[in-house]
Design a protein around this ligand. Sequence first.
Ligand SMILES: CC(C)(COP(=O)(O)OP(=O)(O)OC[C@H]1O[C@@H](n2cnc3c(N)ncnc32)[C@H](O)[C@@H]1OP(=O)(O)O)[C@@H](O)C(=O)NCCC(=O)NCCS
Length: 194
Amino acid sequence: MFHTPAPHFAETRRLILRAWQRSDLAPFRALNADPLVMAHFPARLAASQSDALAERLARHLSENGWGFWALELKHSGEFIGFCGLNQPLWQAAFTPCVEIGWRLARPFWRMGYAREAARAALAFGFTRLRLDEIVAFTVPANLRSVAVMEAIGMQRDAKGDFSHPQLPAAYPLAPHVLYRLPAAVWRSLPALSN
Ligand SMILES: CC(C)(COP(=O)(O)OP(=O)(O)OC[C@H]1O[C@@H](n2cnc3c(N)ncnc32)[C@H](O)[C@@H]1OP(=O)(O)O)[C@@H](O)C(=O)NCCC(=O)NCCS
């Protein structure tokens, strides 16, 4: 399921969205061990948990042709994190759905890479997968993630606020906000150069 060379699924001006390769494991471990990157998740990941996650994401991509892609910087070849599409397996009022998600290593924050990759993932979802809608969700405190959602044209569904079914309801990270992007709205967005 790890590929060398890794097939490319999409490209943007500065990024390649590609399959996972074994050399991603070390930088992915560092990213998943960073307390700031993981601030809005229940816990940081140990190296073995990070490897297991990469294997799961790589397998999903191999089997389905879409998922959370590894992100590579075109100019340096560096792995900087992941972005892509996922079908949550748990149930909520808005499932079944396809969500868009992202996680970048801290040195690569605040450069516009997340929104650049996210726009490519949306295009893949709406054109190649012909999805009717893509959603995103996070804890309200994750303002950086919310900013990416808004930058790519997603709109908050205030009635969609939910308690994450995989977390105990009383847990501080359980309450989530829901953002939606219907295909028709995506088609009406101004074209932005990536
Ligand atoms: C969420 C996350 C991916 C957002 O990363 P980010 O770097 O803030 O988002 P973007 O790539 O869209 O970058 C936007 C910033 O880059 C700046 N920027 C610089 N060059 C830019 C360019 N060429 N184009 C667009 N923005 C640019 C923007 O002005 C903005 O800066 P600001 O933070 O001062 O407002 C990142 O914080 C992260 O990985 N967090 C941890 C994991 C996580 O929480 N994932 C989501 C779970 S729901």
